[in-house]
Design a protein around this ligand. Sequence first.
Ligand SMILES: Cc1cc2nc3c(=O)[nH]c(=O)nc-3n(C[C@H](O)[C@H](O)[C@H](O)COP(=O)(O)OP(=O)(O)OC[C@H]3O[C@@H](n4cnc5c(N)ncnc54)[C@H](O)[C@@H]3O)c2cc1C
Ligand code: FES
Length: 252
Amino acid sequence: MKFDVQDCRLVSKKQLTPTIFSFMLEAPELAEITLPGQFAHILVPGKTLRRPISVCDVENGCIRIVFEIRGEGTRILAELEEGSTVNMIAPLGKGFEIPEGKKVIFIGGGIGVPPMLYSAKKAGSSCAVINGFRDKSAVILTEDFRKIGCRFVETTDNGSYGVHGFVTGPLEEMIEEYDMICACGPTPMLKNIAAAAKNHGKECFVSLEQRMACGVGACLGCAVGIRRDDGSVTYKHVCKDGPVFRAEEVAW
Ligand SMILES: Cc1cc2nc3c(=O)[nH]c(=O)nc-3n(C[C@H](O)[C@H](O)[C@H](O)COP(=O)(O)OP(=O)(O)OC[C@H]3O[C@@H](n4cnc5c(N)ncnc54)[C@H](O)[C@@H]3O)c2cc1C
Ligand code: FES
């Protein structure tokens, strides 16, 4: 695993919704080696533990992150001004590996949408994207995904924008036309996607979220249950062995 610790300049900050922010962090060397689905471990001023945030995109020597204010750490991050220095360890973890020629459906749910942008951009116009949100006020990154030029569907749970219902509705309609599914979002959504993929005999990879401390496999803080071939459960690190896992090996 190749990564580095760097002080990066916050070159652009945008507010996407009242609680979601987009940061462009200047880090040319790190940007060059970052793969879709990997994450950055961000040092929050005044906090000891770093916060893991997925790489949303890589552009012009910058790593883009998009994060939601969930607690104290992300609130402090959101208050940083353009020009500030942000210390990050990146790129971390194992991301989505897309074999050449495979037709992939990328699915993001809520704040699980950002990591799908770089992944779908890398896959190009032959992929499909389904992004699901609670309601219209939570919808993010629409224009960025449109630019990819791929099949693109947005859903909201309450029908206030896009297709009414969960991402699994459009997934069921298009799944037979694709080879593989990659998803990131809330656990119930991932479980349902994994079940649909299994029913249709499709490969499925999911990006899991877990509380983290070190971020590099040294503290056991981020253990997740993984099923062995014989059905017994072992534990792996979300930070080092993941965050992307084969859906059928996750002990949900
Ligand atoms: C691999 C990965 C990728 C992620 N990508 C994104 C993303 O792209 N955008 C986004 O908005 N969020 C993302 N998250 C979730 C994000 O890390 C948490 O929302 C954030 O750490 C919460 O910090 P806080 O201080 O604001 O919240 P608080 O709940 O106040 O945090 C309290 C404590 O819990 C720890 N903690 C809380 N939640 C998490 C968590 N999920 N993981 C690790 N530590 C946690 C913090 O380190 C802190 O010590 C990701 C999480 C993981 C594991
Ligand atoms: S966060 Fe320390 S082992 Fe994963």
